[in-house]
Design a protein around this ligand. Structure first.
Ligand code: GAL
Length: 671
């Protein structure tokens, strides 16, 4: 188990360094991420290099038994560079540059920046590639964090090249982007720009491609640095720290290129759903490389300083959040940062060593946590055996929230709602793109999968044919990869397996809810004769309620209607359908149930999936990795939990025990 933090010794006089190492040992620190923002110290001028301080601190840490996760230091370009090479600067949607004085002001597309960054990374890799104290490489930092999109001339040129690679010719691009609309036809790729500021809704296909392009630019920065490190002969694992469900970076595409998934997570203390929101993030990053552990590369020991107000964590919350990460697959727990900065933009941000020193709750909690982690026996690898796949797809995220749609959606929250309902039941779930839905799962839920690639549709159909239970919809299977309607209407790919045909979307104006009754109205179901009354009876009493966001009008041509709309624009039409298919079944939701519980219970029942515990008390989370159960009480009251198995590291049965608020336990499960 790695334990440690970002370490920024270049912010401090050198005589503090030995104290730092001594305190690190006291806190149980095993590893630090070093030099993330050190470019201007390493290269103070175009032809000046200073590695001596870095040699000294790496040697000192190594002698103290602390491993170094060495950063490539490219996350903030030095001021001399912007003065000498203004073409490295990123630009906003007006084309106006971002200047130095903060961080990440460079364009990832800039050839000059790439050349200078390559030189830095090459020197670092050649110098430290075989240093025994360097255990891992930390490429850049949170790629794209502040520059989700940037519109500089470098971006423009790179975008044109990227489009040439994707489409081959301007004719293909015109077709893909539907430029016949609003006089947007291009005569050459040289006329194409990034989607800079425009008077009204911008071409959605262009916007979608630009998001793909930005994700690819940051990935290219990672790949460039990774290749340089490898060419220098370094053999340590290489990673770059992710940010969970971070909109601009399609991590599902990045993951195969990254040796170890590392993630930064800063739970919002004011988020009423906090433990569920963070559980989603942990499951998402675990699912990026199923069956392998990941590293929590950054969390805060206490308050952050970049939200409008920054309350402290509750006593014990830090340990509980750490347990959640471990329970959901983490094999490393790291913080931003080791020693609280005394100057600069983050001086109010918490750290392992607060500015007030070691006579602090934060220091005591981090030392206690280090001790607790050091006592843990070797943990099983996260199993690749979650029974449920929740489909979450970045390209769809970009497209489904586009402008000019029937209604505005918060896709991430809608997917999280399903995830939260599964977590409350103690059901383990992977969060994957549709292509990753395969026979290892028993249930797949695909909400709001508006952009459905044909490869994804193939996987979902094969999943049902192979005996899986698929729940799709609403607002699903609407556009192709370029955000164009497919020929032949909607649900063109999944309709046959769902047994449903699509008529219209019927957006609901929030907070409108339309009542759903179990099979109250038969109108719209052409399949009544084929209905299986036993199947209907199995789900009776569970699928009534109300629907939100859309009340679609669909035809259940070859599916059983489990519930119909009683009110609203689609009154009398199917709200929830099921088509049995071999051993599997395909369900369609023509609305987003306001309360997911009944429908989810019916789906889990259909798929034969149950939670990890017989009873999951309210506020308690249970997660499983291999045969290890992690139980956490996120509530404010003590609660009794019963679990099968023995307390980790002993022969004592867990039985029924009380978990205090923020209390947690690790249990070796008996299965
Ligand atoms: C992260 C970043 C760190 C630090 C931290 C503060 O996004 O990687 O460098 O700024 O936030 O919470």
């Amino acid at each position: 188990m790695l334990y440690g933090a970002d370490y920024n010794p270049d912010q401090w006089p050198e005589d503090i360094w030995p104290d730092d190492v001594a305190l690190m040992r006291e806190a149980g620190v095993t590893t630090v991420s070093l030099g993330i923002f050190s470019w201007s110290r390493i290269q103070p001028g175009p032809d000046e290099w200073d590695f001596a301080w870095l040699d000294r601190i790496i040697d000192l840490l190594h002698a103290g038994g602390i491993g170094v996760n060495l950063a490539t230091a490219t996350a903030s370009a030095p001021p001399w560079m912007t003065a000498a090479h203004p073409d490295i600067l990123a630009a906003d949607e007006n084309g106006a540059p971002y200047w130095h004085g903060s961080r990440q002001h460079h364009s990832p597309s800039s050839p000059t920046w790439r050349r200078l960054a390559s030189e830095l990374v090459r020197r670092l890799a050649e110098r430290y590639g075989d240093h025994p104290g360097v255990v891992m490489w930390h490429v850049d930092n949170e790629l794209g964090c502040h520059l989700n999109e940037e519109f500089s001339d470098s971006a423009r040129d790179a975008f044109r090249r990227w489009l040439a690679g994707r489409y081959g010719s301007v004719e293909q691009l015109n077709d893909a982007w539907g430029t016949g609309f609003w006089s947007q036809r291009y005569a050459s790729l040289e006329e194409v720009f990034p989607p800079r500021k425009a008077p009204f809704i911008r071409n959605p296909s262009q916007v979608l491609d630009f998001k793909r392009f930005m994700s690819d630019m940051w990935l290219e920065v990672y790949l460039m640095q990774r290749d340089i490190i490898r060419q220098a002969g370094a053999t340590q694992p290489i990673s770059t720290n992710m940010m969970g469900a971070f909109p601009p970076a399609n991590y599902a595409q990045w993951a195969p290129h990254i040796d170890v998934i590392t993630d930064d997570c800063y739970p919002d203390p004011l988020d009423p759903q906090r433990p569920l929101t963070t559980a989603f993030q942990r499951d998402l990053v675990r699912s990026l490389k199923r069956g392998t552990p990941w590293i929590l590369m950054e969390q805060a020991t206490d308050a952050v300083n970049w939200r409008p107000t920054n309350p402290s964590k509750k006593p014990g919350q830090l340990a509980a959040e750490t347990a959640q990460s471990i329970g959901r697959g983490a094999d490393g727990i790291m913080f931003f940062q080791w020693r609280q900065s005394r100057a600069g933009a983050e001086k109010f941000h918490s750290a392992m060593v607060p500015h007030a020193g070691t006579r602090t709750r934060t220091w005591n909690e981090t030392v206690a946590l280090g001790e607790r982690l050091a006592e843990l026996p070797a943990l099983p690898a996260p199993g690749d055996d979650a029974p449920v796949a929740l489909v979450f797809d970045w390209e769809n995220w970009w497209a489904v929230e586009g402008e000019g749609h029937p209604t505005r959606l918060d896709y991430l929250q809608l997917v999280r709602d399903w995830h939260g309902a599964l977590v409350r039941r103690g059901v383990m779930v992977d969060i994957v793109p549709p292509e990753k839905v395969d026979a290892r799962y028993r249930l797949a839920i695909a909400p709001f999968l508006y952009l459905l690639r044909s490869s994804g549709a193939d996987a979902l159909r094969a999943f049902v044919a192979g005996g899986g239970v698929l729940a799709a919809g609403p607002f699903t299977d609407i556009v192709d990869d370029n955000d164009r309607f497919r020929d032949g209407g909607f649900l063109t790919q999944l309709g046959p397996v769902l047994g449903v045909a699509f008529e219209d979307f019927r957006a609901l104006v929030p907070p409108a809810r339309e009542r759903i009754a179990e099979r109250a109205g038969e109108e719209g179901s052409a399949a009544d004769a084929a209905e299986d009354p036993r199947a209907y009876a199995r789900f009776a009493g569970r699928v009534a309620g109300s629907g939100t966001i859309v009340a679609e009008s669909v035809w259940a041509d070859d599916a059983e209607v489990l519930a119909t709309f009683e009110t609203g624009p689609s009154a009398g039409r199917p709200a929830l359908t099921r088509r049995a298919h071999g051993d599997g079944s395909a369900w369609y939701l023509a609305t987003m149930p306001a309360d997911l519980d009944g429908v989810l219970d019916a789906l889990l029942d259909d798929a034969g999936v149950s939670g990890e515990l017989d009873q999951v008390p309210a506020g308690v989370e249970v997660a499983r990795r291999g045969d290890l159960l992690t139980l956490i009480n996120h509530g404010d009251e003590a609660v009794e939990v019963t679990a099968p198995g023995t307390v980790l590291g002993s022969e004592n049965p867990f039985g029924t025990r009380t978990l205090d608020p923020q209390g947690f336990a690790f249990v070796r499960a008996v299965r």
